[in-house]
Write a protein that binds this ligand. Structure first.
Ligand SMILES: [Zn+2]
Ligand SMILES: [Zn+2]
Length: 251
């Protein structure tokens, strides 16, 4: 087992983070920008008058000054898998070197320690900086930025998502007009899917019912007549897999 002293390791990480933070602010001016982060896309966006800067991020955890407690993101049920998966690397590291603070989900803490956790997370994941939004309740959320995303790519990522009444915000999926949440109508797909899977740029979640499949076969493919019968609806990924589960019994 690796033997490291937590205090000196954390102090080193803090020093390294200070360097990263000053490099970051030299490169990107976000001091007067509005910020917005989205768990579904995993993007942190800074916007001012006519510029927008986007970064890939993951959430390290949050510090509550009210309760003086720290919670790792992987312990937080309100944080989406998408933005907390990477934080498990810190937990795994903590287990290897026996640092209890990196492996316990929730405990009394202070703001300085929270910065140490963020610094350790940055070091272990090769982050490019830390951003700490404070929400309306005063909760401090520590985000590690991992990558700058140019505006074109950011637009492409954001366009793949849709607002949903049930699931708040999810990836776009396409279903035929007949698929629904209450009646089984069959569930055909062009490729094997599962919820949360990575999709390549040209792939979409697409499903249609047994009737649509019969028309597709009769028409020998997706011609205008078949498409007219399908009448594609756009739903979110969560809704898509709810329909899949209803029809096939699995997600
Ligand atoms: Zn259909
Ligand atoms: Zn939905």
């Amino acid at each position: 087992m690796e033997i490291i002293d937590y205090k000196s390791f954390a102090a080193d990480c803090i020093e390294e983070l200070k360097v990263l933070q000053s490099q970051f602010s030299e490169k990107f001016d976000v001091t007067h920008a509005n910020w917005f982060y989205n768990q579904a896309t995993g993007l942190l966006t800074f916007s001012s008058d006519n510029t927008e800067l986007n970064f890939k991020y993951f959430e390290v955890g949050s510090f509550s000054p009210k309760s003086e407690t720290w919670m790792w993101s992987w312990h937080n049920d309100y944080t989406l898998e998408n933005v907390k998966e990477t934080a498990r690397q810190i937990k795994d590291f903590g287990a290897r070197v026996n640092f209890a603070k990196l492996t316990e989900g929730y405990f009394p803490s202070d703001e300085f320690e929270a910065w140490e956790f963020a610094a350790i997370a940055t070091k272990l994941t090769n982050g490019i900086g830390v951003y700490r939004p404070v929400n309306d309740d005063g909760l401090q959320i520590f985000l590690v930025l991992t990558e700058f995303i140019d505006n074109q790519l950011a637009r492409r990522i954001k366009n793949k998502y849709i607002q949903c009444g049930t699931h708040a915000y999810g990836r776009i999926a396409f279903v035929c007009q007949h698929l629904n949440f209450t009646t089984k109508v069959g569930f055909e797909e062009s490729f094997e899917t599962f919820e949360g899977m990575e999709l390549s740029d040209d792939d979409d979640f697409q499903a249609w019912c047994d009737d649509c499949e019969a028309v597709r076969v009769a028409e020998d493919g997706w011609n205008d007549k078949a498409m007219e019968f399908v009448k594609i609806k756009v739903v979110c990924e969560g809704c898509y897999f709810k329909m899949k589960e209803l029809n096939l019994g699995t997600k």
